[in-house]
Design a protein around this ligand. Sequence first.
Ligand code: ADP
Length: 370
Amino acid sequence: MVGIDQVLEKLSTVIDPDLKKDIVSMGMIKDLELNDGNLKFTLELTTPACPFNVEIEDDVRKAIAEISDLKNFDLKVTAKVMEGRSLDDDTGMKTVKNIIGVASGKGGVGKSTVSLNLALALSESGAKVGLLDADIYGPSIPLMLGMKDGFMEVEDNKLQPADSNGLKVVSFGFFADQSNQAAIYRGPIISGILKQFLVDTNWSELDYLIVDLPPGTGDIPLTLAQTIPITGILVVTTPQDVASDVAVKAVSMFEKLNVPIIGVVENMSHFICPNCDDKHYIFGEGGAKKISERFNMPFLGEIPLNSGIMSGSDLGKPIMITNPDSPSAVAFRKSAKNIAAQCSIIASKLQEEIESESSGEEPTPEASTN
Ligand code: ADP
């Protein structure tokens, strides 16, 4: 009769394509029960937005099918997001597993649009997601969510984020009187506001907190990088942005600060002809891929130009909600999965470092952030 060792041996032939490790040693097999040829277990993925969830489940079923003598097989698939940042700090953000800063070299590349729609795509996958609009000089998230009159309450000295489409949202735009004055705020005041938004907010349990940063390399990106451990930075570019090289400056700054770069998403990368579905790279092709190669960081997706994105933003109706089957929404979903996968890779590396520190051994170079 088949034994548990045999089952685990078979399962350990299944490799997570992102983490490049077998699912048994990654601890993805839970609650395994084997009684009289009846097998039951849970496959726990590292994120509900895993780009390979179907493949991994298929591989598990194939591996189990190779075991003879099994009468029944009952598989449950769940996901538990890994911690992509050290929670070993005193900042009060221990319930936020991943913090992703979204940066760009210059304004107008669609950074806020991308931040919002990626947050919605991650949330749609089943993850708990927060969105912090840290663009204090020009907060646009409230408008994009149709929450221009939104506000945040304070309870027990903590800001209560607003709820919108399943997201927990914090924005300077919710402080109507003050947002008009933001342009006059400088250095320490701006840093103080961001710190408060980060650590004095009741985020509750979050798998991913997306932080929409102002463009460039000013006080806010610097404060985010230096205040709390973050999972990494996502860079948003457009084909024109690449030509002007400004995105490169932003990437270099974060690299100097030793903040991991999760990867690059190219927005407005092409136009899909509504009549023939052909892709037209109006502003040139492959710019973000070149940046990704130059900085050895993953290329995580390309979002098409779509007038519906713009009109929807102005009306407070994000495309992920209003047109979830559109090519733009499909592109956001694909990029969100790639981002979640990169966060899992960073988390796996972090876990390995923590384990090797406690055992005094060097970490193996198996899982890489690039
Ligand atoms: P940023 O945050 O980089 O300043 P925004 O997200 O505010 O940029 O976007 C700038 C403008 O471009 C907005 O009007 C937005 O609706 C529009 N936009 C962003 N991405 C796209 C896209 N893929 N297709 C069409 N319009 C877009």
